[in-house]
Design a binder for this molecule. Structure first.
Ligand SMILES: [Zn+2]
Length: 316
């Protein structure tokens, strides 16, 4: 188990991975051999990178539970990777939000006997078809077996493997059903997709996301972290409090820069052209989400427009 670099080093690789995130219904994924990389974080916790959102695995005297379960077609491979960490059955799954690269294993793992726990809005979103203007794609409702069995509206605490996991809902952040998970004894936080480490974040306006909630969620993470806390982002390498604080500051500055343009009366096209995120465009903006897309996320968030509206659409 090698040390994971805190700083983002391999933008190309991560871009490839993220491009595949939402390709959950296309066929080649089953045949893909995924390389799973476990990182031991404490006596009970392991971070597992594979294809899709980063996973946390708690394994100990009571059994196993996991935070998120990546892409549906890769579930059999994921289960093999988890069994190499512990051969105990998976008792619980906590989903950080409803996206397909975080809940894909729910159906198989739920049928296998695990109890799925998630925010109320995840149950609601997974129960119906979901159209994304950003991806211009519709994902059909999930089968009953994939849905959370226990839902909560604010926070919930799991007592298992000799420690607690406190799950905090973050309203209207990356989606409208995000949670971050804090393990005080292990000194670990899983941020879900509130935190994209090393790349511009995706803010799912169509799924109830908003820049203000992203900032509030990042702030919550910073406020409960200590200097040595290991922080699992939804995507990107393992992180820490200093880097999460830097990310929070980036979100705040980007939000403020776009707000200034709105105050000057700029429309969306003019705001994008003003390049309010220029200082990060060559680094964070060169991986997946583009500078233009990020400005649209922020601009529409601040204007109360709850959908992604691409520029150069042919409706004018
Ligand atoms: Zn997501």
């Amino acid at each position: 188990m090698h040390a994971v670099p805190i700083r983002f080093r391999f933008p190309g690789i991560i871009a490839l991975v993220i491009t595949a995130l939402f390709a959950s219904t296309s066929t080649p994924a089953q045949e893909q051999k995924v390389e799973y990389i476990p990182t031991t974080l404490s006596d009970t916790l392991t971070m597992l990178k594979g294809q899709g959102g980063n996973i946390a695995i708690s394994a100990g005297e009571d059994g196993v539970y996991i935070i998120d379960d990546q892409l549906q077609p890769l579930t059999d491979q994921l289960l093999v990777a988890i069994s190499e960490i512990s051969d105990q059955p998976i008792r619980f799954v906590i989903n950080t939000h409803f996206h397909h690269d975080h809940v894909g294993g729910n159906e198989t793992i739920g049928k296998g006997g695990a109890v799925i726990i998630a925010h109320d809005n995840i149950h609601q979103r997974m129960s119906s078809d979901y159209y994304s203007n950003f991806f211009d794609n519709t994902w059909p409702a999930w089968p009953q077996d994939a849905l959370p069995v226990i839902t909560f509206n604010d926070q919930i605490t799991l007592h298992f493997n000799g420690e607690i996991a406190k799950v905090y809902h973050v309203p209207h952040g990356h989606t409208d059903g995000d949670s971050i998970v804090h393990f005080p004894a292990s000194d670990v936080i899983h941020m879900g997709d509130i935190y994209f480490n090393g790349l511009y974040p995706y803010i799912d306006l169509d799924g109830g996301g908003n820049i203000q909630g992203m900032i509030a969620g990042a702030e919550l993470g910073v406020s409960i972290a200590g200097e040595d806390t290991q922080i699992i982002p939804g995507h990107g390498p393992l992180s820490n409090k200093a880097n999460l604080a830097e990310y929070r500051d980036f979100l705040v500055t980007a939000r403020n820069n776009v707000q200034k343009l709105i105050d000057q009366g700029k429309n969306l096209e003019q705001a994008v052209a003003a390049r309010p995120t220029a200082q990060w465009d060559a680094t964070l903006g060169a991986v997946w989400i583009t500078p233009e897309q990020l400005v649209i996320f922020i601009y529409n968030s601040l204007q109360g427009i709850a959908e992604f509206t691409p520029l150069n659409s042919d409706d004018d």
